[in-house]
Design a protein around this ligand. Structure first.
Ligand code: GAR
Length: 203
């Protein structure tokens, strides 16, 4: 059984896509054993609780400084003791200590075709605003391993999505989610669960 911990900050539609694909048997031998959010009000936490998944908030607001918050975050993840960590709309930079500990055991979904529209400052709706401002005609989503940089880890899967005339950032975000994110994120998790994608440090 692949034990997953999913980190979220907002609505949690990607978390929902994982839950749904586990429920309908598209992802086999996998259990979400914990959901963590930095944001107490994240709807993603409610989604988790509704499905009986332990949902925990670790908010930077509850800690004196960043260092203590990061320490608490890592401790919480360690306590859950997952095989694999999924950043599903987790809008907090991951501390180096956590990257090192979970090397090639932590993936992120990013709403663009990396290396376009990624890095510091490119997250959520901002990515789609930048795509529309630049006028590109193809965008998409990327699943990648998390390394020390921002969106620089090894790319595992990408899917292209068309930008259409009249798109607003919100309309484009929704299309990228529906056509790309909610498909490739569960797909990669299924591959890990099936042993088709090797995780953990390279021997
Ligand atoms: C998703 O579009 C995800 O790709 C993006 O945040 C959104 C979260 O939505 N992540 C990033 O921008 C990471 N840099 P969700 O909470 O509904 O899954």
């Amino acid at each position: 059984m692949l034990k997953l911990c999913v980190l979220v900050s907002g609505g949690g539609t990607n978390l929902q896509a994982i839950i749904d694909r586990i429920s309908d048997g598209t992802i086999l031998n996998t259990e979400i054993i914990g959901v963590i959010s930095n944001n107490r009000n994240a709807f993603a936490l409610e989604r988790a609780r509704k499905h009986g998944i332990p949902a925990i908030c670790v908010s930077p607001k509850d800690y004196e400084n960043r260092e203590l918050f990061y320490q608490a975050l890592l401790e919480t993840v360690d306590q859950i003791a997952p095989d694999f960590i999924v950043l599903a709309g987790f809008l907090v930079a991951i501390p180096t200590s956590m990257v090192k500990k979970y090397q090639r055991r932590m993936i992120n979904i990013h709403p663009s075709l990396i290396p376009a529209f990624c890095g510091v400052g490119y997250y959520g709706l901002r990515v789609h605003e930048a795509v529309l401002a630049r006028g590109v005609k193809i965008t998409g989503a990327t699943v990648h391993f998390v390394d020390e940089g921002t969106d620089t880890g090894e790319i595992l899967m990408q899917k292209a999505v068309e930008v259409l005339a009249g798109d607003t950032p919100e309309v484009l975000q929704r299309r990228v989610m529906e056509e790309a994110e909610w498909k490739i994120l569960p797909k990669i998790i299924a591959m890990v669960a099936n042993g088709e994608l090797e995780i953990g440090e390279k021997k």
